[in-house]
Design a protein around this ligand. Structure first.
Ligand code: NDP
Length: 284
């Protein structure tokens, strides 16, 4: 059996198409469009590419993109003053500070300064707390994309299913665990100090791999028919991009995301989803 290939590119295109209609409806109702402010400090080449894609896709769905590009040597006070101004600007619904920030800047202090109602990355402690207590929250974009793909594959009630999430980072592992739990899955979180991850995975109906190690999850760790979400993006010396799950798992799983073309394309689509959501909630 070969796994159903969960096509993140097509899924993200569908999300953007729905968003385009929803943004038009928002415009009719409020006589304005949602605004997303993107803050980029420094010249990191990967960040420049990400920010370029975010701006392009924001505009494509009909939202307003406001760009703030700051020099590498920007100090903490200047950046905090900009965040305060964006918090106070009623035409801005979402604020995204592209990470990583240059050395010397305190990322946590900057992220904590963003108004939680405009925190479209979902990293503010208020949103993190809301997610874990089951309240409505702005949820980090990559985990949100993963949960949408799981729901599309298995439905949004995962009662009786066991999910193993490998990785416990604040941006991926922890929030996806909270989301799967909210969908009624029984969730096991594994990490570098976990014993026998292979055995845990073999018992899992859903495996989410967010480790940052090429091919870490082996094909023979996957229960036949399981759903596998591979968050990893690893560039090999050959230049090839691979995930955290061995590609051989496609021969065992029931459904699986490819790398590239799986989780990755969903992240920006979910950022746009969060921006519209923030705009709607701020005007409710
Ligand atoms: P982090 O480095 O922050 O976290 C990695 C996690 O994996 C940690 O919890 C760590 O455990 C665990 N881990 C590392 N080595 C092992 C091991 N040998 N055995 C078990 N667990 C291990 O990474 P991120 O969460 O930020 O990212 C994970 C992957 O997802 C990366 O490849 C990244 O590029 C990708 N990514 C993809 C995105 C997308 O849009 N598709 C977005 C964000 C990330 P411990 O906590 O014990 O150290």
């Amino acid at each position: 059996m070969t796994a159903h290939r969960i096509d993140g590119k097509a899924f993200a295109a569908k999300l953007r198409s729905t968003l385009t209609t929803q943004v038009a409806d928002f415009k009719s109702a409020h006589d304005c469009v949602p605004g997303l402010a993107v803050v980029l400090v420094g010249e990191d080449p990967a960040s420049q590419v990400y920010v370029g894609s975010k701006i392009k896709q924001t505009q494509e769905v009909g939202m307003r993109s406001i760009e703030h590009r700051l020099a590498d040597d920007t100090d903490q006070a200047t950046l905090e003053t900009l965040i305060d101004a964006l918090n106070a600007d009623d035409s801005i619904d979402g604020i995204l500070v592209q990470l990583p920030l240059p050395a010397g800047l305190d990322s946590s202090a900057i992220l904590d300064r963003i108004d939680p109602a405009k925190d479209v990355d979902g990293f503010h402690p208020v949103n993190v707390g809301a997610l874990w207590t089951g309240a409505d929250a702005l949820v980090p974009c990559t985990p949100l994309g993963c949960s949408l793909m799981v729901a599309d594959t298995l439905g949004d009630d995962l009662s009786g299913l066991h999910a193993v999430v490998v990785g416990r980072s604040n941006i991926v592992g922890k929030p996806i665990s909270a989301l799967l739990q909210k969908m009624n899955a029984t969730v096991t979180m594994a990490h570098s100090r976990t014993a026998d991850i292979a055995a845990l995975c073999r018992d899992a109906d859903i495996v989410v791999a967010a480790v940052g190690r090429p091919g870490f999850v082996k094909a023979d760790w996957i229960k036949p028919g399981a759903t596998v979400i591979d968050v990893g993006i690893n560039r090999l010396d050959t230049g090839k991009l691979v995930g955290d799950v061995d590609a051989g798992a496609f021969e065992v799983a029931g459904a699986m995301t490819p790398v590239p073309g799986g989780v990755g394309p969903m992240t920006i689509a979910c950022l746009l989803t969060n921006t519209l959501r923030a705009a709607v909630l701020r005007r409710a």
